[in-house]
Design a binder for this molecule. Structure first.
Ligand code: SF4
Length: 388
Protein backbone atom coordinates (compact mmCIF):
# COMPACT_ATOMS: atom_id res chain seq x y z
CA UNK A 1 0.00 0.00 0.00
CA UNK A 2 1.26 3.48 -0.76
CA UNK A 3 2.52 5.18 2.40
CA UNK A 4 0.20 8.14 2.08
CA UNK A 5 -2.73 5.75 2.15
CA UNK A 6 -1.64 4.08 5.37
CA UNK A 7 -3.44 4.54 8.68
CA UNK A 8 -1.87 7.58 10.39
CA UNK A 9 0.57 6.84 13.18
CA UNK A 10 0.79 10.46 14.30
CA UNK A 11 -1.70 12.75 16.04
CA UNK A 12 -1.58 16.55 16.23
CA UNK A 13 -3.90 18.36 18.67
CA UNK A 14 -4.23 22.15 18.75
CA UNK A 15 -4.89 24.25 21.86
CA UNK A 16 -5.50 27.78 20.51
CA UNK A 17 -5.16 29.84 23.70
CA UNK A 18 -2.30 32.07 24.85
CA UNK A 19 -1.85 34.42 27.77
CA UNK A 20 -1.33 37.25 25.28
CA UNK A 21 -0.53 37.68 21.58
CA UNK A 22 3.12 37.99 20.60
CA UNK A 23 3.94 40.77 18.13
CA UNK A 24 5.10 38.44 15.36
CA UNK A 25 2.54 35.66 15.77
CA UNK A 26 0.18 34.58 13.01
CA UNK A 27 -0.61 31.17 14.51
CA UNK A 28 -4.21 30.30 15.24
CA UNK A 29 -4.15 31.55 18.83
CA UNK A 30 -6.43 33.74 20.92
CA UNK A 31 -5.94 35.60 24.19
CA UNK A 32 -7.11 33.23 26.91
CA UNK A 33 -9.12 35.65 29.04
CA UNK A 34 -12.85 34.97 28.66
CA UNK A 35 -12.42 31.98 26.31
CA UNK A 36 -14.70 28.93 26.73
CA UNK A 37 -11.88 26.54 27.57
CA UNK A 38 -14.01 23.68 28.94
CA UNK A 39 -16.38 23.92 25.97
CA UNK A 40 -13.36 23.75 23.71
CA UNK A 41 -12.08 20.60 25.43
CA UNK A 42 -15.53 19.04 25.00
CA UNK A 43 -15.46 20.01 21.34
CA UNK A 44 -12.05 18.37 20.95
CA UNK A 45 -13.56 15.23 22.40
CA UNK A 46 -16.43 15.34 19.89
CA UNK A 47 -13.99 15.82 17.03
CA UNK A 48 -11.81 12.94 18.23
CA UNK A 49 -14.87 10.73 18.54
CA UNK A 50 -16.02 11.56 14.99
CA UNK A 51 -12.51 11.26 13.63
CA UNK A 52 -11.76 7.80 14.98
CA UNK A 53 -15.14 6.64 13.75
CA UNK A 54 -14.26 7.81 10.24
CA UNK A 55 -10.59 6.74 10.31
CA UNK A 56 -10.03 4.13 13.05
CA UNK A 57 -6.54 4.44 14.47
CA UNK A 58 -4.00 1.67 14.82
CA UNK A 59 -0.89 1.91 16.92
CA UNK A 60 0.12 5.52 17.52
CA UNK A 61 3.83 6.40 17.41
CA UNK A 62 3.77 10.16 18.01
CA UNK A 63 1.39 12.68 19.56
CA UNK A 64 2.08 16.40 19.47
CA UNK A 65 0.02 18.96 21.37
CA UNK A 66 0.74 22.42 20.00
CA UNK A 67 -0.77 25.86 19.98
CA UNK A 68 -1.27 28.43 21.09
CA UNK A 69 0.06 27.53 24.47
CA UNK A 70 -1.22 24.11 25.64
CA UNK A 71 0.20 24.77 29.11
CA UNK A 72 -2.30 27.56 29.77
CA UNK A 73 -4.70 24.73 30.68
CA UNK A 74 -5.14 24.47 34.45
CA UNK A 75 -3.90 21.23 36.06
CA UNK A 76 -7.38 19.68 36.24
CA UNK A 77 -8.14 20.75 32.65
CA UNK A 78 -4.83 19.26 31.58
CA UNK A 79 -5.63 16.00 33.32
CA UNK A 80 -9.07 15.79 31.72
CA UNK A 81 -7.74 16.72 28.27
CA UNK A 82 -4.97 14.11 28.32
CA UNK A 83 -7.34 11.44 29.59
CA UNK A 84 -9.59 12.07 26.58
CA UNK A 85 -6.71 11.91 24.11
CA UNK A 86 -5.73 8.53 25.55
CA UNK A 87 -9.35 7.36 25.37
CA UNK A 88 -9.71 7.94 21.60
CA UNK A 89 -6.15 7.03 20.63
CA UNK A 90 -5.59 4.24 23.16
CA UNK A 91 -3.04 2.09 21.42
CA UNK A 92 0.39 3.57 22.08
CA UNK A 93 3.58 2.11 20.70
CA UNK A 94 6.11 1.11 23.37
CA UNK A 95 8.32 4.08 22.55
CA UNK A 96 5.58 6.62 21.86
CA UNK A 97 6.90 10.19 21.57
CA UNK A 98 4.31 12.44 23.24
CA UNK A 99 5.32 16.09 22.94
CA UNK A 100 3.70 19.18 24.31
CA UNK A 101 4.56 22.80 23.62
CA UNK A 102 4.95 24.88 26.75
CA UNK A 103 5.71 28.48 27.52
CA UNK A 104 7.99 29.45 30.38
CA UNK A 105 5.98 30.81 33.27
CA UNK A 106 2.95 28.57 32.57
CA UNK A 107 4.32 25.34 34.00
CA UNK A 108 4.07 24.86 37.74
CA UNK A 109 4.83 21.54 39.42
CA UNK A 110 1.20 20.45 39.65
CA UNK A 111 0.60 20.99 35.94
CA UNK A 112 3.83 19.27 34.96
CA UNK A 113 2.82 16.33 37.12
CA UNK A 114 -0.55 16.15 35.32
CA UNK A 115 1.28 16.21 31.99
CA UNK A 116 3.60 13.41 33.05
CA UNK A 117 0.79 11.26 34.39
CA UNK A 118 -1.20 11.87 31.20
CA UNK A 119 1.60 10.39 29.10
CA UNK A 120 3.57 13.45 27.93
CA UNK A 121 7.24 12.54 27.71
CA UNK A 122 8.74 15.41 25.73
CA UNK A 123 8.37 19.16 26.28
CA UNK A 124 9.19 21.87 23.82
CA UNK A 125 9.62 25.25 25.50
CA UNK A 126 9.04 28.46 23.53
CA UNK A 127 11.96 30.47 24.91
CA UNK A 128 12.91 32.52 21.79
CA UNK A 129 15.75 34.47 23.42
CA UNK A 130 17.76 34.86 26.62
CA UNK A 131 17.79 38.62 26.26
CA UNK A 132 15.06 40.12 28.45
CA UNK A 133 14.91 43.36 26.48
CA UNK A 134 14.46 41.48 23.24
CA UNK A 135 11.77 39.28 24.78
CA UNK A 136 9.83 42.36 25.77
CA UNK A 137 10.18 43.89 22.32
CA UNK A 138 8.73 40.85 20.58
CA UNK A 139 5.78 40.76 23.01
CA UNK A 140 6.69 37.68 25.02
CA UNK A 141 5.44 37.77 28.59
CA UNK A 142 8.17 35.64 30.15
CA UNK A 143 11.68 36.56 31.17
CA UNK A 144 14.81 34.49 31.58
CA UNK A 145 14.06 33.77 35.26
CA UNK A 146 10.83 32.07 34.15
CA UNK A 147 12.84 29.93 31.76
CA UNK A 148 15.20 28.74 34.49
CA UNK A 149 12.31 28.00 36.85
CA UNK A 150 10.28 26.13 34.21
CA UNK A 151 13.16 23.93 33.14
CA UNK A 152 14.08 23.25 36.74
CA UNK A 153 10.48 22.27 37.55
CA UNK A 154 10.26 19.98 34.52
CA UNK A 155 13.50 18.24 35.51
CA UNK A 156 12.20 17.85 39.07
CA UNK A 157 9.10 16.06 37.81
CA UNK A 158 11.32 13.74 35.78
CA UNK A 159 11.20 15.10 32.22
CA UNK A 160 14.45 14.30 30.49
CA UNK A 161 13.53 14.83 26.84
CA UNK A 162 13.21 18.57 26.37
CA UNK A 163 13.67 21.09 23.61
CA UNK A 164 13.96 24.86 23.45
CA UNK A 165 12.75 27.08 20.59
CA UNK A 166 14.87 30.13 19.81
CA UNK A 167 14.56 32.86 17.18
CA UNK A 168 17.01 34.89 15.16
CA UNK A 169 16.69 37.86 12.83
CA UNK A 170 14.70 39.72 15.49
CA UNK A 171 14.56 43.54 15.52
CA UNK A 172 17.84 45.02 16.79
CA UNK A 173 19.27 41.53 17.36
CA UNK A 174 22.95 41.15 16.49
CA UNK A 175 25.19 38.11 16.10
CA UNK A 176 26.74 39.02 19.46
CA UNK A 177 23.36 38.96 21.22
CA UNK A 178 22.67 35.63 19.52
CA UNK A 179 26.02 34.30 20.72
CA UNK A 180 25.18 34.87 24.37
CA UNK A 181 21.65 33.44 23.92
CA UNK A 182 23.17 30.29 22.43
CA UNK A 183 25.61 30.05 25.32
CA UNK A 184 22.82 30.22 27.88
CA UNK A 185 20.59 27.82 25.96
CA UNK A 186 23.35 25.25 25.52
CA UNK A 187 24.22 25.39 29.22
CA UNK A 188 21.04 23.37 29.82
CA UNK A 189 22.53 20.59 27.72
CA UNK A 190 19.10 19.60 26.36
CA UNK A 191 18.45 16.88 23.84
CA UNK A 192 17.06 19.20 21.20
CA UNK A 193 17.01 22.83 20.00
CA UNK A 194 14.82 24.44 17.31
CA UNK A 195 16.06 27.78 15.99
CA UNK A 196 13.90 29.70 13.52
CA UNK A 197 14.36 32.97 11.71
CA UNK A 198 11.71 35.62 12.16
CA UNK A 199 9.24 35.89 9.30
CA UNK A 200 7.15 39.03 9.22
CA UNK A 201 3.67 37.65 8.54
CA UNK A 202 0.58 39.58 7.55
CA UNK A 203 -1.96 40.48 10.23
CA UNK A 204 0.65 40.82 12.95
CA UNK A 205 1.79 43.90 14.84
CA UNK A 206 5.25 43.45 13.34
CA UNK A 207 3.79 43.58 9.85
CA UNK A 208 2.07 46.89 10.60
CA UNK A 209 5.33 48.31 11.97
CA UNK A 210 7.26 46.96 9.00
CA UNK A 211 4.87 48.65 6.58
CA UNK A 212 5.43 51.94 8.40
CA UNK A 213 9.20 51.46 8.27
CA UNK A 214 9.36 51.13 12.05
CA UNK A 215 10.68 47.61 12.41
CA UNK A 216 14.48 47.71 12.77
CA UNK A 217 15.24 44.26 11.35
CA UNK A 218 18.90 43.23 11.06
CA UNK A 219 20.52 43.48 7.63
CA UNK A 220 20.49 40.26 5.63
CA UNK A 221 24.25 39.95 6.06
CA UNK A 222 23.92 40.09 9.87
CA UNK A 223 21.11 37.57 9.77
CA UNK A 224 23.19 35.20 7.69
CA UNK A 225 26.04 35.67 10.16
CA UNK A 226 23.68 34.63 12.97
CA UNK A 227 22.58 31.52 11.09
CA UNK A 228 26.19 30.56 10.42
CA UNK A 229 27.01 31.11 14.09
CA UNK A 230 24.04 28.97 15.15
CA UNK A 231 25.05 26.08 12.89
CA UNK A 232 28.70 26.16 13.98
CA UNK A 233 27.97 26.55 17.69
CA UNK A 234 25.44 23.75 17.79
CA UNK A 235 27.68 21.44 15.78
CA UNK A 236 30.61 22.10 18.11
CA UNK A 237 28.37 21.30 21.08
CA UNK A 238 27.61 17.85 19.65
CA UNK A 239 24.24 18.46 18.00
CA UNK A 240 23.34 17.28 14.54
CA UNK A 241 21.51 19.75 12.34
CA UNK A 242 19.07 17.19 11.00
CA UNK A 243 16.65 19.74 9.55
CA UNK A 244 17.17 23.35 8.46
CA UNK A 245 16.02 24.74 11.83
CA UNK A 246 16.39 21.72 14.11
CA UNK A 247 19.34 20.34 16.05
CA UNK A 248 19.42 17.17 18.15
CA UNK A 249 21.66 14.85 20.12
CA UNK A 250 21.83 11.45 18.37
CA UNK A 251 18.51 9.62 18.68
CA UNK A 252 16.53 12.69 19.78
CA UNK A 253 15.28 14.09 16.48
CA UNK A 254 11.61 15.11 16.73
CA UNK A 255 9.90 11.97 15.49
CA UNK A 256 6.57 13.73 15.15
CA UNK A 257 7.92 16.47 12.89
CA UNK A 258 9.84 13.84 10.96
CA UNK A 259 6.45 12.35 10.05
CA UNK A 260 5.62 15.63 8.28
CA UNK A 261 9.01 15.85 6.63
CA UNK A 262 8.68 12.31 5.36
CA UNK A 263 5.25 13.21 3.98
CA UNK A 264 3.47 10.64 6.12
CA UNK A 265 -0.14 10.90 7.12
CA UNK A 266 -1.34 12.29 10.48
CA UNK A 267 -4.53 13.13 12.32
CA UNK A 268 -5.09 16.86 12.89
CA UNK A 269 -7.50 17.75 15.70
CA UNK A 270 -8.57 21.18 16.99
CA UNK A 271 -9.39 24.67 15.74
CA UNK A 272 -7.41 25.48 12.60
CA UNK A 273 -5.57 22.15 12.69
CA UNK A 274 -4.45 20.45 9.49
CA UNK A 275 -4.58 16.72 8.95
CA UNK A 276 -3.51 14.31 6.20
CA UNK A 277 -5.29 10.98 6.11
CA UNK A 278 -5.74 8.51 3.28
CA UNK A 279 -4.42 10.94 0.67
CA UNK A 280 -6.77 13.73 1.75
CA UNK A 281 -5.70 16.95 3.42
CA UNK A 282 -8.07 18.88 5.60
CA UNK A 283 -8.00 22.14 7.45
CA UNK A 284 -10.35 22.83 10.34
CA UNK A 285 -12.45 25.89 11.10
CA UNK A 286 -10.19 28.43 12.82
CA UNK A 287 -12.41 30.44 15.18
CA UNK A 288 -12.95 28.95 18.64
CA UNK A 289 -16.74 29.32 18.86
CA UNK A 290 -17.46 28.36 15.22
CA UNK A 291 -15.23 25.32 15.74
CA UNK A 292 -17.07 24.34 18.94
CA UNK A 293 -20.46 24.75 17.24
CA UNK A 294 -19.47 22.73 14.18
CA UNK A 295 -18.31 19.74 16.24
CA UNK A 296 -21.87 19.34 17.54
CA UNK A 297 -23.04 18.38 14.08
CA UNK A 298 -20.14 17.13 12.05
CA UNK A 299 -16.40 17.01 11.58
CA UNK A 300 -15.39 20.68 11.95
CA UNK A 301 -13.55 20.85 8.64
CA UNK A 302 -13.37 24.02 6.65
CA UNK A 303 -11.96 22.25 3.66
CA UNK A 304 -10.95 18.74 2.71
CA UNK A 305 -9.24 18.01 -0.56
CA UNK A 306 -7.97 14.95 -2.31
CA UNK A 307 -4.24 15.44 -2.89
CA UNK A 308 -3.43 14.64 -6.50
CA UNK A 309 -0.47 12.45 -7.24
CA UNK A 310 1.37 15.43 -8.76
CA UNK A 311 0.92 17.49 -5.60
CA UNK A 312 1.94 14.60 -3.40
CA UNK A 313 5.16 14.24 -5.42
CA UNK A 314 5.92 17.95 -5.08
CA UNK A 315 5.18 17.82 -1.34
CA UNK A 316 7.45 14.83 -0.96
CA UNK A 317 10.39 16.76 -2.42
CA UNK A 318 9.63 20.05 -0.68
CA UNK A 319 9.24 18.67 2.82
CA UNK A 320 11.79 15.87 2.38
CA UNK A 321 14.57 18.24 1.36
CA UNK A 322 14.14 20.14 4.63
CA UNK A 323 15.90 17.17 6.20
CA UNK A 324 19.61 17.65 5.75
CA UNK A 325 20.21 14.01 4.90
CA UNK A 326 17.90 14.68 1.95
CA UNK A 327 15.51 12.44 0.06
CA UNK A 328 16.16 8.93 -1.16
CA UNK A 329 15.18 8.18 -4.74
CA UNK A 330 14.09 4.70 -3.67
CA UNK A 331 11.66 6.16 -1.06
CA UNK A 332 10.16 8.36 -3.73
CA UNK A 333 9.83 5.39 -6.06
CA UNK A 334 8.22 3.32 -3.28
CA UNK A 335 5.48 5.95 -2.94
CA UNK A 336 4.96 6.88 -6.57
CA UNK A 337 6.31 4.03 -8.67
CA UNK A 338 8.67 6.37 -10.55
CA UNK A 339 12.08 7.84 -9.85
CA UNK A 340 12.39 11.56 -8.99
CA UNK A 341 14.74 12.01 -11.97
CA UNK A 342 11.90 10.99 -14.28
CA UNK A 343 9.41 13.35 -12.66
CA UNK A 344 11.63 16.33 -11.81
CA UNK A 345 14.62 15.83 -14.13
CA UNK A 346 15.09 19.43 -15.25
CA UNK A 347 14.44 20.96 -11.80
CA UNK A 348 17.02 18.65 -10.24
CA UNK A 349 19.54 19.53 -12.96
CA UNK A 350 18.93 23.24 -12.63
CA UNK A 351 19.26 23.24 -8.83
CA UNK A 352 22.48 21.27 -9.04
CA UNK A 353 23.88 23.69 -11.60
CA UNK A 354 23.06 26.53 -9.23
CA UNK A 355 24.81 24.53 -6.49
CA UNK A 356 21.77 24.62 -4.25
CA UNK A 357 21.28 20.87 -4.38
CA UNK A 358 23.76 18.04 -4.45
CA UNK A 359 23.48 14.39 -5.41
CA UNK A 360 24.09 11.86 -2.63
CA UNK A 361 24.77 8.13 -2.96
CA UNK A 362 21.07 7.40 -3.13
CA UNK A 363 19.27 10.69 -3.77
CA UNK A 364 19.54 14.45 -3.22
CA UNK A 365 20.12 16.92 -0.43
CA UNK A 366 20.51 20.64 0.08
CA UNK A 367 24.04 21.99 -0.38
CA UNK A 368 25.57 24.34 2.25
CA UNK A 369 24.26 27.25 0.21
CA UNK A 370 20.91 25.55 -0.30
CA UNK A 371 20.37 25.34 3.46
CA UNK A 372 20.30 29.14 3.60
CA UNK A 373 18.25 29.46 0.40
CA UNK A 374 15.84 26.61 1.17
CA UNK A 375 12.73 28.50 0.11
CA UNK A 376 14.19 29.15 -3.32
CA UNK A 377 14.83 25.42 -3.69
CA UNK A 378 11.36 24.33 -2.54
CA UNK A 379 9.66 26.90 -4.76
CA UNK A 380 11.23 25.25 -7.82
CA UNK A 381 9.25 22.07 -7.21
CA UNK A 382 5.87 23.82 -7.17
CA UNK A 383 3.88 22.87 -10.24
CA UNK A 384 7.00 21.26 -11.68
CA UNK A 385 5.86 17.69 -12.36
CA UNK A 386 6.93 16.78 -15.86
CA UNK A 387 4.23 14.81 -17.65
CA UNK A 388 5.71 11.75 -19.28
S1 SF4 B 1 3.00 32.13 22.60
FE1 SF4 B 1 3.27 31.29 20.54
S2 SF4 B 1 1.22 30.90 19.74
FE2 SF4 B 1 1.01 32.24 21.55
S3 SF4 B 1 0.94 34.29 20.71
FE3 SF4 B 1 3.08 33.89 21.23
S4 SF4 B 1 3.99 33.04 19.34
FE4 SF4 B 1 1.74 32.98 19.12
Amino acid sequence: MMQRHQTPKAVYVHIPFCTNKCHYCDFNSYVLKGQPVMDYLDALEREMERTVRAVPPGEIETIFVGGGTPTVLLPDQMESFLRRVKCYFPQWSGDLEFSMEANPGTTDLEKLQAMKEGGVNRISFGVQSFDNKLLEEIGRIHNTDDVYRSLENAAKIGFTNMSIDLMFGLPKQTAEVMRSTLKEALAFDLKHYSIYSLKVEENTLFHALYERGQLPLPEEEEEQKMFQLIMETLREAGYEQYEISNFAKPGYESRHNSMYWRNQSYYGIGAGAHGYTYGRRHVNIKGVQPYIDATKERLPQLECIEVSEEEAMEDFMMVGLRLLRGVKSSDFAAQFGRLPEVVFGSVLDRLQEKRLLEATENGYRLSEQGIWLGNEVFGEFLGAVEQK
